[in-house]
Design a protein around this ligand. Sequence first.
Ligand code: ZN
Length: 328
Amino acid sequence: MIDVTSYLPARRRPSASGWVSFNAPCCEHMSETADRRSRGGIKTSDAGWSYHCFNCGYTASFILGRNLSFKARKLMSWLGVPAEEIERVNLESLRHRSMTGLLTDRERTSRTLQGIEFEERELPPAAELVTAQHEPHWTYLRNRCVPEDYPVMTVIENDKVHWTRPQVIVPFTYDNRVVGYSSRMLDNRQPRYIHDTQPGYVFGTDLQGADWRYVIVVEGVFDALSIGGLAVLHADINDAQARLIRSLDRQVIVVPDQDAAGMRLVDRAVELGWSVSMPEWPADVKDVNDAVIRWGRVATVITIMQAKETSRIKIELSKKKLLKNKTK
Ligand SMILES: [Zn+2]
């Protein structure tokens, strides 16, 4: 991890409270006269850093595990941190993702014992973080209700044919390490998705809160991102995926896409003895992401919990009813 203090001006003064003051680099970019009275202050810790300027009022902070905000990036570039270095900090931060995602040591140990491991992989070359500067990528992610603190990447140019298409790249992580990714193309050509994934992988384990009692299992990456669920990435749950999901030791609720293919996921969930939820959404709401876009995350979770079902007979009835409604 980069030590931001190594980029501070040579003339700097530490204080007893842990702040280091120096001539603020921000003011001249904020239409103020350049600071000559050491009015910029930064405080660092293992968890990140915080900056404040008492001349122009500029503030920025960085928390390890989150992506660099626009203001933090600007401050770093004013301090003379090279652009590649800033991108590297982002990726390092992603690998240390710690927020709500950290699973307990006990869970991690049990998974290691069960041999659930994935190799670390690289993101596409020249991948960079999507920020408000990237259009249409940024708007696409906001429209699909992807949380702003999930680091989604894009590539601007690359040799390989696929990478020349406009796209957003969702890093696949496991224990906060990058183990693959899914690219969603933003043009209307096929294929719409390109995955780099590993057998038995389930997306979203790092999105789970340590104290959550339920885990919502869905098909697609965007469904999972928008609701904090797990994505099995197709309309099936293979044995290795089932083992990984079981290892989380929570009550599992499978929410299928509301179409014929989704019903295969339901059959598999019943086989595994898991709950299924098929809320009575209108015909044009066909998956969790559609529902979150329309009603928001909390309301969608509530409809999912209300429609949760474990009885095999009731699940069969809901399946029939759903297919009838959706094909009307
Ligand atoms: Zn300033």
